[in-house]
Ligand binder design. Structure first.
Ligand SMILES: *Cc1c(COP(=O)(O)O)cnc(C)c1O
Length: 365
């Protein structure tokens, strides 16, 4: 790595009592730590001016490209306090690699993987007191990059970018215990099509999803389930989670997750669970499932549990499925045993309670 991060610690970090009170609030994405990292990119010059400094607003020219044409990508990952008092980040190399795949798709410059990791290490080290302790709690890290070149020309991508990294304490998503969610099958809107940007973690995908999510809420549902963009028939994802279907029960249980056809976001939790399942002796494969097969499979007792997975909420059971043609329940309203077992197994690795067989933890402090 040629670039080093210039450390300029805040002169006004939060007092201990205030910080501890903020950490105790729990929730997600509302509270931020004392510092942030910024790194600039200019075509011809490359990445430069890497700085760790006090968290605060950025100043942008009104004609900055991102504000008009939406060239923006992001990542989400977590740092945990392990049982033996270490602070680790979970698979940051996988996030670095995906960040660069997103960058390539959005015609943005790639950030060297070691610089991505150095930014995370630097921020978590300086803000280590912001990493909460306790079951299911973590410091959520949000790396992102956007186009800053001034000008409204649309014929070429921006020549200037800003990479930023911010962080904030995250409580357990399910404060009162894991509860199954009700989902809405989105038939009016699609999230992504092959050849589009569905595989990239770009802000625009979210902008395009909010209307469908609002429709789900109007229908009394918690989350939207995305179907394929061509036939509106095959199940792809849930909100910003990948999905897993559990077939059978007990020693016969096996898992299936929709294959990465080009329109799904390749989740790192999804990938981790394929390996965790194998470690637990639960067969897990990638496949295809239509809404009809889902409904019939549940009715026949073949599909016994369904859950979503992603960094923020880890594993979320699905309890009810609602669509234009009616609704059906999965299970008895309680999270299923395979869902809970797989959730626990992943959390145990993340918090150092179980051995890190796949070398997923990166020690920071
Ligand atoms: C981020 C995201 C996921 C989950 O990815 P993880 O790496 O597991 O957090 C799934 N689907 C979408 C659409 C996402 O944006």
């Amino acid at each position: 790595m040629t670039l080093t991060i210039d450390l300029k610690p805040s002169s006004t970090p939060k007092a201990v009592e205030e910080r501890e009170a903020l950490k105790a609030v729990g929730g997600f994405g509302q509270i931020f730590s004392d510092h942030m990292v910024t790194i600039r990119y200019t075509e011809g010059k490359g990445w430069h001016d890497a700085v760790l400094e006090a968290y605060g607003p950025v100043s942008l020219d009104p004609a900055a490209s991102v504000l008009h044409y939406g060239q923006e990508i992001f990542e989400g990952l977590k740092a945990f306090r392990t049982a033996d008092g270490q602070i680790v980040s979970f698979r940051p190399d996988a996030n670095a690699a995906r960040f660069n795949r997103s960058a390539a798709r959005m015609a943005m410059p790639e950030l060297p993987e070691d610089l991505f990791l150095a930014a995370i290490d630097a921020l978590v080290t300086v803000d280590r007191e912001w990493v909460p302790e306790g079951e299911g709690r973590s410091l959520y890290l949000r790396p992102f990059m956007f186009a800053t070149q001034v000008g409204l020309g649309v014929n070429s991508p921006s020549k200037e970018y800003l990479f930023m990294l911010i962080a904030g304490p995250a409580g357990s998503y399910f404060a009162g215990g894991v509860k199954p969610v009700t989902v809405w099958l989105s038939e009016d809107y699609v999230r992504a099509v092959k050849g589009g940007t569905g595989e990239a973690k770009c802000g625009g995908n979210y902008a395009a999803s909010f209307l469908a999510q609002a429709q789900a809420v109007e229908q009394g549902c918690d989350q939207v389930v995305w179907l394929d963009g061509v036939d509106h028939k095959y199940v792809e994802e849930m909100g910003s989670n990948n999905l897993y279907f559990v077939y059978g029960t007990g020693a016969e249980a096996r898992l299936m997750t929709p294959a990465l056809t080009g329109s799904l976001l390749p989740g790192i939790t999804r990938d981790s669970l394929l390996k965790v399942a194998a470690d637990l002796g639960i067969p897990a494969e990638e496949g295809t499932i239509s809404v009809e097969q889902w409904r019939d499979g549940v009715a026949a007792g073949e599909i016994t549990e369904v859950f979503g997975c992603g960094t923020a909420a880890v594993v979320t059971p699905l309890g009810r499925v609602k669509g234009k043609d009616g609704e059906f329940a999965i299970g008895d309203g309680e999270p299923g045993p395979v869902t809970l077992r797989i959730r626990e197994a992943l959390l145990d690795i993340q918090t150092g309670k179980a051995p890190d067989l796949h070398h997923w933890l990166r020690k920071i402090a």
